[in-house]
Structures are given as C-alpha cells and as structure tokens.
Ligand binder design. Structure first.
Ligand SMILES: Nc1nc2c(ncn2[C@@H]2O[C@H](COP(=O)(O)OP(=O)(O)OP(=O)(O)O)[C@@H](O)[C@H]2O)c(=O)[nH]1
Ligand SMILES: [Zn+2]
Length: 351
C-alpha cells in the first residue's frame, strides 16, 4: 500500500523531513484506547505509546495523539511497542468541549459554569457528513449545531438527507437546509434502497478522510456498510490493542475503503450530540416536562397508563402525538448513547 492511501500528502512530507533524517518513522493513528495507540503505515500496524518526554511536554488533552493524526514514532528492538515522539501538525481537527470540572448549570439554554477543555475527537478530515433522516428525524436546529461545530473545526460540511424513500416533499427539506446554509452541498439519498448513493464516491477518493455525524437512527451505519460493502477492511481491530481476542467489539476505527477513501468512526463522534444531554431535552420539551408532573404515577411512561396527563393532553388536542413521539425518540436516543458512553468507559477502565 502506498502511504498516500492513508491520506499522507506533501505537507506531511514537509513536516516529517527533520524527523526522517533522524531515522524516525511516520504513521497514522487508527485507534486509541487510553494511553495505547495503534499506528498504521503501509498496511502494517504497530501498538505505540508516547515517550516520557512527550508526556512531560503535553499539557492539554489536545496535545495528545488522536485518531487520524500522523505521528512520528520509533521502534526499539527491545520493546514490544513503538514510541511516539511527536504529532505532525494537524490540517484540522474535529473537537468538542470536554467537561473537566462540575458546577455546570443551564441558564437560558446556555450551559455555563464548570470548566471545559477542548478534546480532539479525530483529525485530518476532508469532509464531515451531517446525516439527517427524512422520516421524523429532520430537525433544522440540530443541523445548525453540527454546522457550527464543523465550521469551527475547519472541515468541509456536506448535508446528507437519508431515507428519501420515505419522503415525498424532498425539495422542501432541501430548501430548509439551503435557508440556513446556502453554500453547503446537500444530497438526498437512500442507503437502504440504494438511491443516489454514488454521490459519496467523489468524497472518498484515494487518501480522502471523512466522518459521519448525526443522531442515532439516521442511517450512519447503513451508509457506512453500503460504502464498505462486503470487503470490509478495518485496518486493525481493537483486539490488537487490548490483546483480548478477536471478538472484542471495535471501539474506534479508521476504515479504509476499496476506493482508497477512509472513514473514521470513533465513539466520540457519535456521542457528540450528548453534550449537556438531559437539560437540553427538558428545555426543548418543556411543556411535556411540565405536564408529566400531573401524571398519576411518578415513573409514568406516558403510554396507556391510568391518569397520564400527557395522554389526556393529546386526547384534548392540547398536545400533538407527533411532538410526544419525538420526545420519546430523543429520550431513547440519549439513553442509548449514555449506555454506550458508559460501556466505553468500562472498557477503558478494564485496560
Ligand atoms: N427506509 C429507510 N430506512 C433506512 C435507510 N437507511 C437506514 N435505514 C434504517 O434506519 C435504521 C437506523 O439505521 P442505522 O444505520 O442503524 O442508524 P445509525 O445512524 O447508524 O444509528 P446509531 O448506530 O444508533 O448511531 C435502521 O433500521 C435502518 O435499516 C433508508 O435509506 N431508508
Ligand atoms: Zn404520563
């Protein structure tokens, strides 16, 4: 495999020159668990750790290697793993705020208090796809939020309206996106019915790296599976890092496609929606929250329970069923994501 298949380019070549003279190597971080990194170059992967000096100089979270980074490493014969000396300058990075201390409060919809730090989720990305479902998932405010994040990261955003097979007024949705972001490219596709799926290939040319963002259920996995086809080429599975056998679920991965394109899919990308989770839901569905205080049972699921104030409001036409459905859906989504986040933490702790 030629190095450029992983996204190596002339800039990195330039940055790498002084290290190359010293006999060091360069590779891309394809996986990260705690202090262990999987570094890949020319189809070979090696587990790596940062050197003591690197650790000493690193102050912030973003100073540490992230998935997608090109790093400079050294192999010492006596050691089973390689040593990372440096990160080559990132062309861009997808970041989110990481809460590092408590005391956070919601004030007029803005989360304040506490301290946050920038966390690099993935780096050196060419395109970020914001995936939205054209079922009941379409939410223009959410697209706005993702766009802000992506613009801040210096990555090209592209909006993907998935599940066109379930939608009759596609143009209306495209217009809505155009209203808030007229320069952003919008594609409507159906991953399941293979409609318009060839639009992806121009973004996935050799050495190009992409990420898929979007809330749970919009079809990110279905799209990825479609693009990967049967010839899945996960560069390495996490098992190599953990040494826990082949059935360990992959937690973070950089998937190399037949086209030479690369998809980064790390848990951090998927969890991004979660930040400030519960409070946000209580804000956006405040009237439901208020009504629920009048339900007969404290743990009311608002289905068919006796004395459910929300059901009553629907019957009285004070509240729409679709609004309640969307509340339940988002709640379920947050809970699912929360479980995933905890699972991931558990796995890290086991290390
Ligand atoms: N009708 C229709 N259904 C689709 C389409 N794409 C995905 N789906 C369905 O939508 C559901 C969710 O798809 P996923 O690919 O799991 O969604 P995801 O975004 O990866 O969700 P998470 O893994 O929870 O983040 C699945 O039942 C898919 O079969 C589509 O184009 N049309
Ligand atoms: Zn209820």
């Amino acid at each position: 495999m030629e190095p450029h298949l992983l996204g190596w380019n002339a800039n990195f070549d330039e940055y790498f020159r002084p290290y190359k003279i010293k006999g060091l190597r360069a590779g891309r971080v394809t996986c990260k668990i705690k202090d262990n990194y999987l570094v890949t170059f020319e189809e070979k992967s090696i587990t790596a750790r940062i050197t003591g000096r690197f650790r000493h100089n690193a102050q912030l979270n973003k100073d540490f290697p992230a998935v997608g980074d090109w790093v400079v490493y050294e192999i010492k014969n006596s050691n089973p793993h390689a040593f990372i000396h440096a990160i080559l300058p990132r062309e861009n990075a997808y970041v989110r705020k990481l809460p590092i201390s408590g005391g956070r409060k919601l004030n007029n919809g803005v989360i304040g208090g506490g301290k946050t730090e920038e966390q690099v989720i993935a780096s050196n990305i060419n395109t970020a796809f914001i995936v939205v479902g054209l079922d009941n998932n379409f939410e223009i405010r959410r697209i706005e939020r993702f766009l802000t994040l992506i613009y801040n990261s210096g990555i090209e955003p592209v909006v993907i309206l998935n599940k066109v097979d379930l939608c009759i007024n596609i143009a209306e949705y495209i217009n809505q996106v155009k209203e808030i972001a007229n320069k952003v490219t919008v594609h409507s596709v159906s991953a399941e019915k293979n409609v318009n799926m060839d639009v992806f290939f121009k973004y996935l040319m050799c050495g190009k790296t992409v990420i898929f963002l979007g809330s749970s259920g919009v079809g990110k996995s279905t799209i990825t599976n479609f693009l990967v086809g049967n010839e899945i080429q996960k560069i390495q599975s996490i098992s190599k890092l953990t040494g826990k056998g082949k059935h360990t679920t992959t937690n973070c991965e950089l998937i190399s496609l037949q086209t030479g394109g690369i998809i980064i899919d790390t848990p951090g990308i998927r969890e991004l929606q979660l930040w400030g989770d519960v409070e946000i839901l209580e804000q956006s569905f405040e009237e439901i929250k208020q009504l629920s205080y009048y339900c007969k049972f404290k743990n009311c699921q608002h289905r068919k329970e006796q004395g459910c104030a929300i059901q009553k409001a629907i019957n009285d036409k004070r509240l729409s069923q679709s609004r309640v459905n969307s509340y339940k859906k988002q709640l379920a989504e947050l809970q699912r994501l929360d479980t995933r986040r905890r699972d991931f933490k558990k796995k890290l702790n086991k290390k």
